[in-house]
Design a binder for this molecule. Structure first.
Ligand SMILES: Cc1cc2nc3c(=O)[nH]c(=O)nc-3n(C[C@H](O)[C@H](O)[C@H](O)COP(=O)(O)OP(=O)(O)OC[C@H]3O[C@@H](n4cnc5c(N)ncnc54)[C@H](O)[C@@H]3O)c2cc1C
Length: 320
């Protein structure tokens, strides 16, 4: 536990009721619920509000938008809606989280001013891991995706490739096999790291072809810079195949943004914040929402639902 300092006393003027780290859909929903419950909500954001939402060109699976919605547009609406109820946005990157048990206060240090709060909601999200050998920035929105549940529908009846060998890669391959004509599953090793039963299922799907010991070598694009084929190479035999696909799904894992909170709350072996009863962490007064927590589904709709639950829990904690 930290000791009291004069700096600490000075900072107390900046105490908020609930500090929410991350202005993605989870954080902005949490802030909206906290503010509407009559408490002071301060959102701390390292970059721009919206988080991963800002990278979604067309969000098709968020209820209420018949024709889909642009991720950036819905993010900016979420921010305006939160501000309408008095939510404060502060732009800085959280660096650490510490609890002052003698005064029931939390301090979040940042790369700028620290923030003091009676309760904290961790909503700092996660980032999908990228394939280092391809120009991901150029290919995003042109056939490259990190989420079959999100983008699979755009490739209905088409041929696609998915790269990875863990549970998410295999379950996403199964998902894609139901809507796509052909699915190439490319894995750099000889066996999958996924559960036995999903592996058995994917092996028997007639439209899934598995390329073991293969790695993506090169992505070929058409005149509109959209993906039209991907070359893979067998690391044992050196054999190469160029496979015509319109979609390339990367499912090699994600990096949760939890480093800053790791000394305060318990994380699982991948770095996700361990949650129990949906949004509670191992530290009383600190709650978690969205992609950064242990959860079976990471989507906008689950992030917003998590935000509401975490806010309700924080409000209940404050009124204890
Ligand atoms: C390309 C792509 C397409 C997707 N398509 C869909 C789709 O079609 N449908 C769907 O439902 N989902 C989709 N998703 C997933 C969806 O975007 C996420 O599940 C959702 O955004 C998670 O929300 P979140 O608020 O938990 O985290 P995030 O959206 O990751 O937001 C976290 C925020 O926290 C901030 N942050 C991180 N660390 C710190 C720190 N230390 N200090 C301060 N701020 C910090 C980040 O800058 C970010 O703004 C897609 C994701 C990607 C990448």
């Amino acid at each position: 536990m930290a000791s009291e300092t004069s700096e600490q006393t000075e900072n107390e003027t900046r105490i908020t009721d609930v500090a929410i780290v991350g202005a993605g859909p989870a954080g902005m929903t949490a802030a909206l619920y906290v503010a509407r419950a009559g408490y002071r909500a301060t959102v701390l954001e390292a970059y721009v509000p919206g988080g991963q939402l800002t990278t979604i060109d067309e969000l098709e699976n968020y209820p209420g938008f018949f024709g889909g919605v642009n991720g950036f547009d819905i993010a900016s609406s979420m921010q305006k809606q939160a501000e309408r109820f008095g939510v404060q946005f502060m732009y800085a990157q959280a660096k650490s989280l510490e609890r002052y048990s003698d005064r029931n206060l939390f301090e979040i240090t940042t790369n700028d001013e620290p923030l003091w709060a009676r309760s904290v909601i961790i909503a700092s999200g996660a980032k999908p891991l990228k394939l280092p050998q391809i120009d991901s920035d150029k290919l995003e929105g042109k056939g490259l995706s990190y989420c079959a549940t999100c983008d699979g529908n755009f490739y209905r009846g088409k041929d696609v490739m998915i790269v990875g060998g863990g549970d998410s890669a295999i379950t996403e391959a199964i998902y894609l096999s139901r809507i796509c004509r052909k699915v190439y599953l490319v894995h750099r090793r000889e066996d999958f790291r996924a559960h036995f039963w999903v592996v058995e299922r994917v092996k028997h799907l007639p439209n899934v072809e598995i390329f073991w010991n293969n790695e993506v070598q090169n992505v070929i694009t058409n005149d509109s810079e959209r993906i039209e084929a991907v070359t893979v190479r067998n690391s044992k035999t050196g054999e190469e195949h160029t496979l015509e696909v319109e979609g390339l799904f990367i499912a090699i894992g994600a990096k949760p943004e939890s480093e800053w909170a790791k000394d305060a709350v318990e994380l699982d072996k991948f770095g996700y914040v361990k949650s129990h009863d949906e949004c509670h962490t191992s530290l009383k007064g600190v709650f978690v929402a969205g992609d950064v927590r242990t959860t079976p589904l990471r989507q906008v709709v689950t992030a917003t639902a998590d935000g509401a639950l975490a806010a309700e829990a924080a409000v209940a904690y404050l009124s204890e």
